[in-house]
Write a new protein. Sequence first.
Length: 157
Amino acid sequence: MIEIERKFLVTSDQFKQEAFSQKRIKQGYLSSVPERTVRVRTKGDRGFLTIKGASNETGMSRYEWEKEIPIEEAEQLLLLCEKGIIDKTRFEVKSQGHVFEIDEFYGENEGLILAEIELLSEKETFEKPKWLGQEVTGNAKYYNSYLSRNPYKNWKN
């Protein structure tokens, strides 16, 4: 399946009052090479294994395969992952027929808040909520696989 999404920085925590869902996520990478990332994730009490291909030229589209796996298996696979486990809370906010997923990061990535919106096409338009900031779609340093190796706390702003 091809995933089409755009990514943005978040300028305030106003989204928290609008969220209809929030779940704690821990994720790690069995492979973080850009051509194919293999991610293990626990989300609440569920486990997932995800494989993503390289992004296209715009950075908006890429192949994604995901399968739910038992939470116990996901927790065991996290122990095999590359250094740099991502810890975050994902908030979901409905806006004009779309759902934004907003990730508030902890640990080495504390202070970073990113929003993503999945679209049906790269040309699809959507209304931007007030708390949505600068677009960072296609900027690899905002990919979770990059953040696991180069945490936000080490960036020189």
